[in-house]
Design a protein around this ligand. Sequence first.
Ligand code: PRT
Ligand code: ZN
Length: 285
Amino acid sequence: MEKLKIAIQKSGRLSEKSMEIISEAGISMNNGSRKLISASTNFPVEILFLRDDDIPQYIADDVADAGIVGENILAESGAGLEIHEKLGFAKCRLSLAVQKSVDYSGSSFFSGKRIATSYPNILKCWLEKNKIDAEIHVITGSVEIATGIGLADGIFDIVSSGSTLLSNGLKEVEKIMDSEAVLLGSPGIGGRKAEIMEEFLFRLRTVMASRNNKYILLNAPNDKLDKIIDAIPGMKSPTVLPLAIEGWSSVHSVVNENDFWQVIGKLRAHGAQGILVIPIEKMIV
Ligand code: PRT
Ligand code: ZN
């Protein structure tokens, strides 16, 4: 029977969260030791465990049909693959940084300079776009020490909290791209595999929607009901039910994680009481 092959990182920052998403999509795996390839016990997929850098090429070569990697890895690989879904974890940015003591006045600083990085292709693209002639020095590990040991005038690397830069006496001067984990797919799959992919994507989107939304219930004074309903950018219109107490209603709706605190602030300001927020187990979109 034909199976969809999904590549995920074998061990690293993406591994656990990738497996979590697959498991929340109802796809069970044998818990045995992680082999290179492992078949699901209840869904027609096989999971390939690989180094993240290799995943785009494996998909481009049709060894895998889909995979989970950071957008930085996809951009660096230059493979023309489709991003099916952003997965909201492993968020970071790729930035240029220089020593703190540098009086940085703009990107032309890098003209004629040497930049150390593990992402030469992304950097080259940006330098060309900005007409900056700099030398790229490729190193694979500990890029952040390159300026301190006199190897380069600047570095181009992943930044998350910024503490690695700080503790190496560096400052971030240009953000070149944002990145998060994404589900990539081969544009060329068809037949039974395409059907499995469609079902997998449906499940994945359901998982993402439930993670990104909360169910809220609250009590609203009837004279403020209009304002309270206006403050909730819900799926459709909220459910409104009368309470046993005269003049009050119960309002139920779904709120997106991104708007959450702003919406709660408005609801409280309009006199909503007894606000309950409940995680959503599954949300079909
Ligand atoms: O062995 P394999 O090749 O599979 O793994 P890897 O060592 O190449 O990658 P891994 O597991 O370290 O990271 C996988 C992906 O996680 C990256 O490609 C990014 O998309 C994403 N990601 C998110 C990060 C970070 N955040 C991150 N902070 N990858 C690396 N870092 C490192 C960064 O290199 C720098 O040294 O953390 C440091 C910066 O962090 P802050 O918080 O100090 O700024
Ligand atoms: Zn890697």
